[in-house]
Design a binder for this molecule. Sequence first.
Ligand code: NAG
Ligand code: NAG
Ligand code: NAG
Ligand code: NAG
Ligand code: NAG
Ligand code: NAG
Length: 896
Amino acid sequence: MGSFSSWILFVIAAWTVTSTGVVVSAQKCEVEPNLRFNCHPEIIGFGRENCLKRGCCWDERQSATGGQEEFKSRLNTYDGKVPQCYYSSDFPSYTVTKQQEKPFGYTLDLSRKSQSYYPKDVMQLTADVFFETKTRLHVKIYDSEKPRYEVPLDTPKVSTKAKSTDYSVNFGETPFSVQVKRQATDTTLIDTSVNPAFIFSDQFLQISTKLPSTFIYGLGEHRHSLLLDLNWTSFTFWNHDMSPAPLVNLYGSHPFYMMLEEDGNSHGVFLLNSNGMDVILQPTPALTWRTIGGILDFYIFLGPSPDEVIQQYSEVIGLPFMPPYWSLGFHLCRYGYNSANKTREIWQSMLKAGIPQDVQWNDIDSMEGHRDFTYNQETFTELPALVEEIHQHNQYYITMLDPGIPNDQPKGSYRPYEDGIELGVFVKDYQGNPFVGRVWPGRTVFPDYTNPVTVKWWQQETQRFHDKIKFDGLWNDMNEPSNFVYGAAGFGCPIDSPYDYPPYVPNVFGFVLGDRTICPSAQHNLSLHYDVHNIYGLTEVIATYNALKNIRGKRPFVLSRSTFAGSGKYTAHWTGDNLSSWVDLYYSIPAILNLNMFGIPLVGVDICGFEGDTTEELCQRWQQVGAFYPFSRNHNAIGSKDQHPTVFSQDMQASTRKALLIRYTLLPYLYTLFHRANAGGKTVARPLFFEYPSDRSTYSIDKQFLWGEALLITPVLQLSVVQVTGYFPKDTWYDYYTGMSIESEGQQITLDAPLDKINLHIRGGYIIPTQQPNVTTFAARKNPFGLIVALSGEGIANGSIYWDDGDSLDTFKNKKHNAIKFTAAKNSITCRVVHDGYSEEPMVLGSVRVLGVANKPETVTANSKAVPFSYDVVNKVLKLDVLSLLLTKPFMIAWT
Ligand SMILES: *[C@@H]1O[C@H](CO)[C@@H](O)[C@H](O)[C@H]1NC(C)=O
Ligand SMILES: *[C@@H]1O[C@H](CO)[C@@H](O)[C@H](O)[C@H]1NC(C)=O
Ligand SMILES: *[C@@H]1O[C@H](CO)[C@@H](O)[C@H](O)[C@H]1NC(C)=O
Ligand SMILES: *[C@@H]1O[C@H](CO)[C@@H](O)[C@H](O)[C@H]1NC(C)=O
Ligand SMILES: *[C@@H]1O[C@H](CO)[C@@H](O)[C@H](O)[C@H]1NC(C)=O
Ligand SMILES: CC(=O)N[C@H]1CO[C@H](CO)[C@@H](O)[C@@H]1O
């Protein structure tokens, strides 16, 4: 521990001298291309003279054009290529002037002597280093003198250091740098000495780190393959209403990455900062954090398994909410039913077709003039009755609340605005007047959910609306917040404001921060919009979640488009307005896997695509994949061809019914996974590398995914194919449909995939709880349970079920649940009741399938009494179909 300066020399020695065309030809500019860090990311003013003025190195040989060719017209910065203007190896920075031991770890005083080239350097910094837990390190760097904006996330407060840690920390003193190592393997996880230019000015904060490998994930929300590209890629964080496209800032911000180290260990890094930000990856491999406000508040999670990294991350940002059971059913929605009658007609057609559905939705076409808290008095007069009818079928209804509140309604006609103005709940412009933009209803103001008064007002309006329409959940769309114009309607954003036009503008779509949103100079109760923009959606869903909880007294369900780190505690997410296309179907998989890493396990993509017209085949395949999205909803845009399942041929309907009935069969397993997410931060949908981190073949797989540890989904993502090739890590796998086993050595396997089939495999060693399905979760929950026992090569397996009434608040905390464990070994299955706190519906075990039973048994007993069974000789499956055991009583099933 403590200072350690010799490794700085090591870094310099590692540089090879290659460059000859460098203008400042001193030693300090001889930096190998991959080790160059961009000293002039701005396009404005880019050139040799300004580069040298910054005290940086200029490489004459490199062209000023280039970068990620296809997006060049959009790029705001010169980050997409080897920098032509880069830092010298002795670029001035901070030095450590004092180091003190503290009960929580260390505190360092840092100071710089000369100014950087950005305005208002913070000359004196404090770095607190908290050894928070064995696997969590927290490094907080802030202005020693003046408080700055900090994200109001409710993170753990730790005042004493952990007894032992999996990491060690070293500091370089002159210049200041940090190095974090994994003790067990001596792997350097963080090394900020790779870029001397650590800058902390008022509106430009930058720090880089060398990465221990090239296997990096996360940094969302972006459209990207699961494994990120280190070839001078920049990821921008500034929530934006934007159809998913590669490398642009989308609806949410999650400044978090996870890495696999060369030996298969993994760690994660989270920068708790909600200001506009760029993160640049380069092939060194190295990563640069560059944010335009706040402080540098880092958390490092040591894992060492990927799922442990996410659990440790979730402990800091908040554990995911426990969804109501019904919300794991199938959801149907579209923008543009255009009437309650049409909504009813389609919902009824699903009932008639016997296709599982739990929730019917409406979009903004149900509103009066797109105004929140209203329903259309001509086209949706029957809505209250329709919602009642939906409830009579034990199904649920969800409608939308956007943030934009119209401010131009005739006096006395729109109470939400009038009450809101009186209470002062809206975001203010730089002059202190309500900020006016333009969204669906026309001219609108925007609630400031950082103001406690706003939260009360929102609850009240939501309650009044619920008095009219008995919705069961709410959808918060447009909450980036989206605005159809640049800044204030008719005005834009003030040109002389340092917040609307900061010295450095991240690589945002539209080139300015106010593009399609509120001006950064607008004022919230907590801080400037400049600081809180990325948490706008988060603050809205907290208000909506609590309103629903108070109104219904049951588990809230909120769906939000905009998210930030910690949103998963309150909301589900869908990935926005994508297209009905095969490529969008593919991108849905890395998207849901990423959101699971961001602590938002209840995530899905609009099944069959939002914009554009789907085809029957695309929609059929998409319904199959979508049956395995944790949040499963078919949603369509106004004007697009119908795409609800019942509009298609009987064959298509049959295959959708089949896929959804499998989902409903597996809901007890899915629900148990959600409980594990809620109680411990485990992921629900996860990439293969989470379970096989030492198998490099899994590192870039994003066309297959797992539910928990045990269910592998291998979908078709292409037109006109009836086979699919997937990777099967070394293990025993069982076909879901037949029970036939595959012993994989870690290989690609080609599977039949006729149009009506999605390939599913169960991993040997696991027991999956199931339930006989029906078309609603209400009906299915009354059916007998089943167990799929997938024996490992050694003939063992285990699993569990978590069960409660599916809708009450805090059932786990209040112990009103059942927790049951199953173990299989030595030709027997035993059930152990860990907790028995829910008895309203008896949990009857009706059937068991044991996969991988080598020989036909002679007798099978349940609690020592013989029971009928059958045995599939071809697939080696033992089937017990007429059991009636109670899962809440210990039992033993044995075969000989
Ligand atoms: C990185 O990008 C450059 C420029 O687009 C290209 O020439 C090079 O092949 C890329 N390298 C890799 C490893 O993809
Ligand atoms: C909806 O259907 C009902 C019953 O058929 C009918 O009375 C009503 O006029 C319809 N509403 C609209 C807006 O078409
Ligand atoms: C924030 O809201 C609280 C409660 O309404 C109020 O007392 C306080 O003055 C507000 N602060 C700012 C900066 O608007
Ligand atoms: C359950 O099974 C898995 C896979 O075989 C194994 O890794 C795990 O250790 C087992 N857990 C228990 C408690 O036996
Ligand atoms: C759902 O339950 C009803 C009533 O028991 C039954 O008639 C129907 O066949 C079931 N549907 C499915 C898909 O199992
Ligand atoms: C609405 C829309 O078309 N959104 C995007 C969906 O994804 C494709 C491919 O990435 C984009 O090109 C579209 O703009």
